[in-house]
Write a protein that binds this ligand. Structure first.
Ligand SMILES: *[C@@H]1O[C@H](CO)[C@@H](O)[C@H](O)[C@H]1NC(C)=O
Ligand SMILES: *[C@@H]1O[C@H](CO)[C@@H](O)[C@H](O)[C@H]1NC(C)=O
Ligand SMILES: *[C@@H]1O[C@H](CO)[C@@H](O)[C@H](O)[C@H]1NC(C)=O
Length: 269
């Protein structure tokens, strides 16, 4: 009796303490995507005091990318209940000005208090929104049955190993077979759908990919790592805004979408 009363009160308490739910995070990503499409700020959860960064720069949210309607051709989101955070990928290939947008939102008391968005367009790394949309739509990011889901640390470790391996050949990366990478609009897996085509050789230079910010969603094995990527952009030797949106299945990398901003147009070419 006492035990069940105790359990019941614990249950109530944990509900009261829960800072966010998957449902509230889903509502927020749905309104964010609608706001992008409409070009307005009608996101009910948006804090009036939101910290807003576009490509690592402080921008007035009213004059940034949300100030214009954008044709949303495709979208995917991650919902991280542990961190009260979300990630959204938007493919806007048929928009008059094509974009691929990766956005990370952080919540405090059910309000969106931080928005960090990486907005790629023509001249960014391997940018081709038509290609990005074409390949993206063919991928399957279905919900993983509960018994087969990876733990958060397994999902994060797979993504970290991939990034670390670019400048450290001793890191073992759990590439899946198959594994496919979409960099800008270029897909690695255009011929052999059974192969690991994500393998990345070690870069000819030592560097550390810093400022890693994670969003993790165990339901779809989803991970996004916002980071500052040094090496590719001579105008940003300390690191250019970059994100790797990853799906992990059974501890192994299945899909990787990279979006990287070039301050110097067509950097890396
Ligand atoms: C707005 O956000 C800043 C930085 O997060 C904080 O210092 C400030 O107290 C906030 N102001 C209000 C009115 O909430
Ligand atoms: C976003 O994607 C979902 C399907 O995952 C779709 O139902 C919705 O209409 C899309 N939103 C927009 C604005 O295109
Ligand atoms: C962009 O991708 C599409 C679809 O894969 C392809 O047909 C087109 O040639 C690409 N454009 C450029 C400039 O590479």
């Amino acid at each position: 009796m006492i035990y069940s009363v105790l359990l019941a009160s614990l249950g109530l308490a944990s509900q009261a303490w829960a800072a966010c739910t998957r449902e509230s995070l889903k509502e927020a990503t749905t309104s964010y995507i609608k706001a992008v499409a409409a070009g307005d700020l009608s996101i009910p959860a948006l804090s009036s005091n939101v910290s807003y960064l576009e490509n690592d720069k402080v921008v007035d949210i009213k004059t940034g990318v949300l100030s214009q309607p954008i044709t949303v051709d495709f979208n995917r989101s991650l919902h991280d209940v542990t961190q009260c955070a979300t990630f959204t990928e938007i493919s806007a290939a048929t928009n008059a000005h094509p974009y691929v947008i990766h956005t990370r939102m952080l919540f405090t008391d059910d309000k969106i208090t931080t928005v960090q968005t990486v907005v790629a367009d023509d001249g960014d790394w391997a940018f081709n929104a038509t290609g990005q949309l074409y390949w993206n739509k063919q991928e399957a990011w279905e919900v993983i049955p509960e018994a087969k889901r990876d733990a958060r640390d397994v999902i994060q470790a797979a993504g970290d190993a991939y990034l670390d391996s670019w400048s450290d050949g001793t890191v073992s990366v759990p590439y899946g077979t198959p594994c496919a990478r979409l960099e800008g609009g270029s897909y690695t897996d255009t011929r052999n759908t059974k192969a690991n085509t994500c393998y990345m050789p070690v870069f000819p230079e030592k560097f550390t990919i810093g400022n890693r910010r994670y969003v993790i969603d165990e339901e779809v094995g989803g991970l996004d790592i916002f980071n500052d990527f040094p090496f590719i952009d001579q105008d940003k030797p300390d690191g250019t805004p970059s994100t790797n949106f990853i799906r992990v299945e059974g501890g192994k990398l299945r899909y990787i979408h990279e979006v990287t901003i070039c301050t110097r147009r067509n950097c890396g070419l």
